[in-house]
Design a protein around this ligand. Structure first.
Ligand SMILES: [Zn+2]
Length: 425
């Protein structure tokens, strides 16, 4: 069913220089030593496929069915249950290619080979750079969510994107965001500052942002959709100053939101001042209030700030396209979408290319913790880009040369232009 055009565009995609505009690649030691297949799977989206209901409100609870640890019988059962999900399909294609397995369908012999190879590769400090080279990745916009503000990762191609979540909960050092972090706990001591007031917190934010700028940061990251509404209301500094210091068990939900609204504005002002892109997780998270439409008041309040809307706002893939058409300061990011649903990603990309008024406004990122899943995500992205554009060529909508321009743009050119990545880096 694949056309000649698809084959040609897929090979162009495989040759394209890639800018991965959103990823989490963790240092190898974070996975435990020695590395195991259990640890690999638990650090991929496949873990979502074997979740037990646990009352989680944002889709990321970590209570799993009885298939852990992952020995071969458990692996085969996970493959049987989750084998049709895009998460599983692309992870296994990535693994098969990187570990030279005969097929992405992993039998007992391949399972054994992988179990032996994984710890060896993870013991080699060159493993992550090797995979980034093989993937043709030039730069990675990197979100170290386990300690927002961290500037250096396991490869020099990683450019930090400071996550704002740990700051919007920093009304008290004992409060935590949904990942368990707090800017005061993470940074006050290492930077030798004491945070006793909102003004001190604002200074701390400035200092950590400064470190990120010195490390080449071009963006900030908001994953607020996992912990609160995307709707940010205008908030007064005096109200936030009064709330500062409230103990997490004493603060009301409304005060939490007001404080978060104010700190978000602090970051928007920083973005405006330093010309930083604001990357926003939209869709899949707390589904009640993660629709990209909820972001409109913020987008309108900061017309000089570029907002990069992530994940196609899935399931609101049409909504993000409409937003990008209405607001010239909005960009769209395919990140994670090809792994959520490859088919939706193909359909979305076709629609976005028609709706978003200019080329170089749609980029891609892998959004993974491990290089194995990142590599699989890139294979997914190449497939999505080639299929979407082959459809548009084969039905006579555009010609092949236009399609080739779009392939290079989505995989690399757009990321370079949106994140002002220069050749000199
Ligand atoms: Zn992410």
């Amino acid at each position: 069913m694949t056309s000649k055009t698809y084959e040609l565009l897929l090979s162009a995609a495989a040759d394209a220089e890639v800018v991965d505009t959103h990823d989490h690649l963790r240092p190898p030691a974070d996975f435990g030593t020695p590395m195991t297949l259990t640890s690999l799977l638990l650090h991929t989206y496949v873990a979502k496929c074997i979740r037990r209901p646990d009352g989680s409100t944002n889709g990321i609870g970590d209570s799993y069915e009885d298939l852990i640890p992952v020995d071969y019988p458990n692996f085969a059962e996970i493959a049987r249950r989750a084998g049709l999900s895009s998460y599983f399909v692309w992870l296994m294609r990535g693994v098969a290619e990187l570990y030279e397995l005969p097929s992405p369908i992993i039998g007992p012999a391949a399972f054994e080979k992988l179990s032996v190879e994984l710890p060896k590769r993870y013991a080699d400090p060159a493993w992550i750079p090797t995979v980034l080279d093989k993937a043709n990745i030039r730069e990675v916009v990197w979100d170290p969510f386990w300690k927002p503000g961290t500037t250096h990762g396991p490869d020099p191609r990683l450019i930090p994107s400071m996550r704002i979540n740990s700051s919007v909960v920093a009304f008290h050092p004992d409060a935590s965001d949904y990942e368990g972090t707090n800017l005061i706990r993470d940074w006050a001591d290492p930077l030798g500052v004491s945070v006793e007031s909102l003004a001190d917190l604002e200074d701390l934010i400035e200092r950590v942002v400064q470190l990120n700028l010195e490390a080449g940061a071009r963006s900030l990251k908001s994953a607020l959709a996992y912990q609160r509404s995307l709707h940010v209301r205008p908030a007064k500094r005096s109200d936030a100053a009064r709330i500062f210091g409230a103990r997490p068990d004493r603060i009301t939900a409304d005060q939490r939101d007001v404080f978060g609204d104010y700190v978000t504005q602090v970051f928007m002002d920083i973005a405006q001042r330093h010309n930083l892109v604001v990357q926003v997780h939209t869709g899949l998270a707390r589904l009640g209030d993660s629709s990209p439409m909820r972001l409109i008041p913020l987008i309108e309040a900061y017309p000089n700030v570029v907002f990069d809307l992530f994940h196609g706002g899935y399931p609101w893939v049409h909504d993000v396209a409409a937003i990008a058409q209405n607001y010239p300061n909005v960009r769209l990011n395919l990140t994670w979408l090809p792994q959520i649903s490859t088919e939706v990603a193909v359909a979305s990309l076709k629609e976005w290319l028609q709706v978003v008024p200019q080329v170089d406004r749609i980029s891609w990122g892998a959004d993974c913790h491990t290089v194995e899943e990142m590599y699989g995500a890139l294979l997914a992205a190449r497939h999505v880009v080639a299929r979407a554009l082959a459809d548009l060529v084969d039905c006579g909508y555009i010609d092949q040369d236009q399609a080739l321009v779009a392939v290079a743009s989505v995989l690399g050119g757009a990321g370079k232009s949106i994140y002002r990545i220069s050749r000199s880096r």
